[in-house]
Write a protein that binds this ligand. Structure first.
Ligand SMILES: *[C@@H]1O[C@H](CO)[C@@H](O)[C@H](O)[C@H]1NC(C)=O
Ligand SMILES: *[C@@H]1O[C@H](CO)[C@@H](O)[C@H](O)[C@H]1NC(C)=O
Ligand SMILES: *[C@@H]1O[C@H](CO)[C@@H](O)[C@H](O)[C@H]1NC(C)=O
Ligand SMILES: *[C@@H]1O[C@H](CO)[C@@H](O)[C@H](O)[C@H]1NC(C)=O
Ligand SMILES: *[C@@H]1O[C@H](CO)[C@@H](O)[C@H](O)[C@H]1NC(C)=O
Ligand SMILES: *[C@@H]1O[C@H](CO)[C@@H](O)[C@H](O)[C@H]1NC(C)=O
Ligand SMILES: *[C@@H]1O[C@H](CO)[C@@H](O)[C@H](O)[C@H]1NC(C)=O
Ligand SMILES: *[C@@H]1O[C@H](CO)[C@@H](O)[C@H](O)[C@H]1NC(C)=O
Length: 643
């Protein structure tokens, strides 16, 4: 009898109490296969240990995919684990981005060419310190839709996403001769909730869309996370500390249809950075010990999260809610063995040495020498135009509209009101600040209310007829992770940005607003006006422009990689040749932005900076390209001691 090696069949085999080893043998001469029995992953019928690491193509410039994958292979890995970000694949409902989708397929093809297998983690929710855990913002505007829950609107939207993704990857599954070994169901769902109807529905969708492929779940190491997130008929795995994780799997996963070989699906090689929080130092020896512990047991596998973190370009980062917002930096360096710029680190070499002890001698490829980063001499950035002079046409509304109601996903919204009567007292910007609210009176900076602060500042206003009040509200990244195990105020995954609710001053609710969307998905068309910042109403956000020259022979773009620092900058965003690198913020710990050489060209390169607080800039703005980066926190000029 020729068996098909789907998860459901493995589960049936166990349920019947049959030896799962038997079918595996028959596969050695058949088409490629990946399956498992109670103790081992089986690749073409042979025991297989996954030595994996996470790398997300959507955080890496496509031209560097091969470079990063080669390095991962040369560290000794045999598998790449990958999240896909729905919000970049379907930014507008129904508008599937074929280029982005083809890119993911290309990344997997390159992985295979470089000798790597792939484990796909498509979500639909992926967490990953990404904006709203990878969800597109438009989900929040679909009537009746609740994310990560068992309701038709969410399941329909998810099925549409997953079926588009799956069809773009056709030909790349292991049984088709491709590199994809297995696909994850949801993501650490047990930390969030325990609705088994929902996870069963996602499993069914994945089976319908991805077909014949092994599925698995990945959860935290507690009884409640494993019980909440594991799914009947789906291999249950863990993340975090492998000793605790494997013990928890053995103890709490008793249903034979969920049991199998051990996988630590996210072994943290360090951690993310968030604005205002100092970087900590990793325990490298601890990583080595844990890796040895896992690799020493051939029924255990591992994925290093991250082997290479990359960058949350543009507005790609998410945030945590800890009774205040904790926003992730644009850098997703993560302290990973391959750093944000794709260079090897001490950790890379230590882990490579460790892995080498457990794989056949000579099976790990050589490591190509790192290309040094480029230094770009300091160049001036000069004020070009205030943001408020580069706005489009407003929407007029009696009450404020949220960013989502404005059909906007990321960036800023400017709310403008001209007082028709007097009002005084504390300013209340909706139900709470979402997230950073800069207040202007009569075109002049007045103060900041920001949900990242432990103690919000109270801004008192005294409006008289004719006073112009403007609130520039920045989405610092939607929350991507919420655990039911914490005692933070229950936010779940609240997606709303801009102003939700009314804006009031004292007891007066302000009505009649001109609302400007400032998504900055492309730069506004502006003619630099030149002149000095003060003349340009210096305390308003200002676009600065500048340029630098790349000369010489057309070189390997890796040789043009640099870390761009905005000297003197307080807070803002940076574009180079129109490509949005991300945010800078004086508070650190990120002090420079990864500027990929792929963005640069020979000759003149244009830099645009949106500085939100030119009034706090001292001594002008300069750009400079560094060959080495530094991490440091600094005090927030807007709210001393608030963070
Ligand atoms: C799983 O398969 C491997 C390889 O054939 C075998 O060594 C092992 O005993 C099997 N485990 C079980 C529980 O049958
Ligand atoms: C390897 O892991 C299996 C499954 O948890 C366990 O039974 C076995 O004792 C471990 N072997 C070693 C050498 O630690
Ligand atoms: C947002 O889009 C919806 C659906 O296309 C439309 O009905 C609504 O008027 C739009 N709202 C704004 C403020 O543009
Ligand atoms: C702001 O005002 C509220 C209400 O009056 C008060 O409880 C809080 O302590 C004030 N916060 C600060 C930072 O002064
Ligand atoms: C703002 O402008 C209004 C109208 O010109 C004026 O009456 C008011 O005094 C100004 N307020 C401040 C604080 O400048
Ligand atoms: C967060 O806020 C909630 C509700 O106000 C409170 O019960 C909880 O103790 C707070 N948690 C922390 C860690 O401050
Ligand atoms: C900048 O403009 C202001 C206001 O017009 C003016 O007072 C100041 O002298 C100018 N500064 C420079 C350096 O030109
Ligand atoms: C500066 O602000 C004043 C109001 O205070 C306004 O009339 C003027 O247009 C603004 N200038 C620019 C360049 O935005």
């Amino acid at each position: 009898m020729r068996l098909t090696y789907t998860l459901c069949c493995s589960a049936v085999v166990w349920a019947l109490g049959l030896a799962a080893a038997t079918p595996a043998r028959t596969l050695t001469t058949g088409k490629p296969s990946f399956t498992y029995n109670a103790t081992h992953f089986l690749l073409n019928g042979e025991p297989h240990q996954i030595i994996g690491g996470q790398m997300d193509p959507q955080r890496i410039p496509p031209a560097y995919w091969r470079d990063r994958l080669q390095k991962a292979r040369a560290m000794g890995l045999n598998t790449i684990f990958t999240y896909t970000f729905w919000n970049l694949l379907e930014p507008v409902q129904g508008n599937w981005d074929n280029e982005e989708s083809k890119g993911i397929a290309t990344f997997f093809e390159i992985a295979q060419e470089e000798g790597l297998y792939v484990v796909l983690r498509p979500g639909p929710y992926v967490c990953g310190e990404r904006e709203w855990g990878g969800f597109p913002a438009w989900l929040s505007t679909v009537p009746g839709l609740v994310v990560r829950a068992n309701n038709q609107p969410f399941l329909e939207a998810s099925e549409s996403y997953l079926s588009n993704l799956a069809s773009g990857l056709r030909g790349l599954y292991i049984h088709e001769g491709g590199p994809i070994l297995m696909v994850q169901v949801e993501n650490e769902y047990g930390s969030y909730a325990a609705d088994h109807d929902y996870t069963a529905a996602i499993k069914d969708i994945l089976q319908r869309t991805f077909g014949d492929v092994v599925l698995y779940t990945n959860d935290g190491t507690e009884q409640w996370t494993l019980e909440g997130g594991s799914v009947p008929g789906v291999l249950a795995e863990v993340d975090g500390d492998p000793r605790a994780g494997f013990a928890a799997l053995r103890k709490y996963i008793t249903d034979p249809s969920r049991k199998g070989p051990l996988l630590d699906g996210e072994y943290y090689t360090w951690t993310f950075d968030s604005w205002g929080y100092p970087r900590s130092t990793p325990n490298t020896q601890g990583f080595v010990d844990d890796l040895e512990y896992v690799l020493g047991n051939e029924s255990a596998s591992i994925s290093l999260y991250m082997v290479h973190g990359g960058t949350n370009f543009g507005f790609g980062n998410g945030a945590l809610w800890q009774n205040k917002t904790r926003a992730f930096t644009s850098s997703y360096d993560y302290g990973a063995p391959i750093d944000e710029a794709g260079r090897t680190t001490d950790l890379f070499w230590k882990l490579r040495e460790t892995i080498a002890k457990y794989v056949p001698e000579g099976s790990i490829p050589d490591v190509r020498e790192d290309v040094p980063l480029k230094e770009i001499p300091a160049f001036d950035l000069t004020p070009a135009i205030p943001l408020f002079s580069a706005l489009g046409v407003p929407t007029y509304s009696k009450t404020p509209l949220t960013m989502e109601q404005l059909n906007q996903s990321y960036g800023f919204v400017l709310y403008e009101h001209i007082a028709t009567s007097s009002a005084s007292g504390l300013l209340s910007p909706g139900d709470r600040p979402r997230d950073r609210v800069i207040v202007y009176i009569n075109d002049t900076f007045h103060g900041v209310i920001d949900s990242t602060y432990t103690y919000h500042q109270n801004i008192s206003l005294n409006l008289v007829p004719g006073t112009k009040l403007q609130l520039l509200v920045e989405n610092l990244g939607r929350v991507d992770y919420y655990s039911r195990g914490t005692d933070f105020e229950n936010m779940i995954l609240d997606p709303y940005k801009g102003i939700l609710g009314d804006i009031s001053v004292g007891t007066t609710t302000l009505e009649q607003w001109a609302i400007y969307t400032v998504p900055l998905d492309s730069l506004p068309d502006f003619e630099p006006k030149g002149g000095n910042v003060t003349a340009l109403n210096g305390t308003q956000p200002v676009f600065y422009t500048g340029s630098f020259t790349v000369d010489g022979e057309a070189e390997d773009s890796l040789a043009l990689d640099t870390y761009l620092e905005i000297e003197g900058g307080v807070k803002g965003n940076v574009w180079v040749n129109g490509f949005h690198l991300g945010r800078y913020w004086r508070v650190g710990p990120q002090t420079s932005l990864y500027l990929s050489g792929t963005v640069l060209r020979q000759g003149e390169n244009q830099v645009v900076v949106l500085e939100l607080e030119p009034g706090h800039v001292q001594g002008g703005l300069k750009g400079v390209g560094l060959s080495e980066r530094f991490w440091a926190v600094a005090e927030d000029v807007d709210c001393l001691g608030c963070m």
